[in-house]
Design a protein around this ligand. Sequence first.
Ligand SMILES: NC(=O)c1ccc[n+]([C@@H]2O[C@H](COP(=O)([O-])OP(=O)(O)OC[C@H]3O[C@@H](n4cnc5c(N)ncnc54)[C@H](O)[C@@H]3O)[C@@H](O)[C@H]2O)c1
Length: 339
Amino acid sequence: MSDLRIAVLGVGIMGADHAARLTTRISGARVAVVNDYLTDKADQIAAGIEGCRAVADPLDAIADPDVDAVVLATPGPTHEKQLLACLEHRKPVLCEKPLTTDVESALGIVKREADLGTRLIQVGFMRRFDHEYIALKSMLDTGELGRPLVLHCVHRNPAVPPNFDSAMVVRDSLVHEVDVTRFLFDEEIVSIQIIRPAANPAAPQGLADPQIAVMRTASGKHVDVELFVTTGVGYEVRTEVVAANGSAMIGLDVGLVRKSAPGTWGGQITPGFRERFGQAYDTEFQRWVDAVRDGRMVDGPTAWDGYAAAAVCEAGVVSLNSGGPVEVAMVSRDSIPGA
Ligand SMILES: NC(=O)c1ccc[n+]([C@@H]2O[C@H](COP(=O)([O-])OP(=O)(O)OC[C@H]3O[C@@H](n4cnc5c(N)ncnc54)[C@H](O)[C@@H]3O)[C@@H](O)[C@H]2O)c1
């Protein structure tokens, strides 16, 4: 079988990384087309990949007859239009999170895909492919910890870009813990509250950082998340499940521990998400390519997962402004056959 020919749309931080991943580490696929709003950037990436060309219009790139499947690594606000084009052309698509940036358009995408009667959209919640999250999930599924009761999460970044605002802490950072909660517990989140402790003096003016998210699942499990995106320290993502027969934690970042004179010990903190989740992105892409090649089209989080995450984050942003707990408004999955 010949290699899957992929179009990568948006070759910024993630897209350039994904193009390199597909070219050097993933088997059964090659990057045939790249596109970026900044055409020079696309030309430059295309020049570095054998058999790859730049296409100036994203919709032309999706429709291109030499393209079998699409990777969307463009900014969230452009996803809706580009996803609809992928559906129209029946092209499988791995869409970086978020599915779309608002609940209505996310639901519209879920319905449009369900109308086609075939799944084509996978959403890039890569933590589901990380070895540590997979181990935690399988421990919960085998029941060896007993009934899970509480999830404690920490999500810290050393710094964020200057345009990162308080709502983005919810929509861009917390969204991963929202998906992790749904993945680990296999149930929806029904309410969310965002608490704003005193702000970090080093955070840009107006940025509510840190934030504490408190979520409740449909069966009553408690989830809390410390979000702190201006620590100046490193990338720290920890997840602890407390269950009836014990607890389990991942993300301790324990690599090499050095002891040396004068009486010190310690190691290195992972600098960023690309280093921490490099293996997860590789596994995510290999499994997606394999699924598209054998006709399953999706092997991971679906459009519904993208919609559910958008609904929880929407309620989170309301709570960020009101301070109180907010119920998550979602349609029932059964109301959309095929979703
Ligand atoms: N899964 C993860 O861990 C993770 C991490 C970071 C970002 N993301 C997501 O990946 C996506 C890209 O993020 P990024 O950090 O690479 O952003 P980025 O700004 O570095 O890259 C986006 C690129 O898209 C281009 N672009 C903008 N509008 C376009 C359009 N209409 N058509 C084609 N190209 C367009 C920009 O010129 C830029 O090169 C976002 O959806 C983001 O939320 C996911």
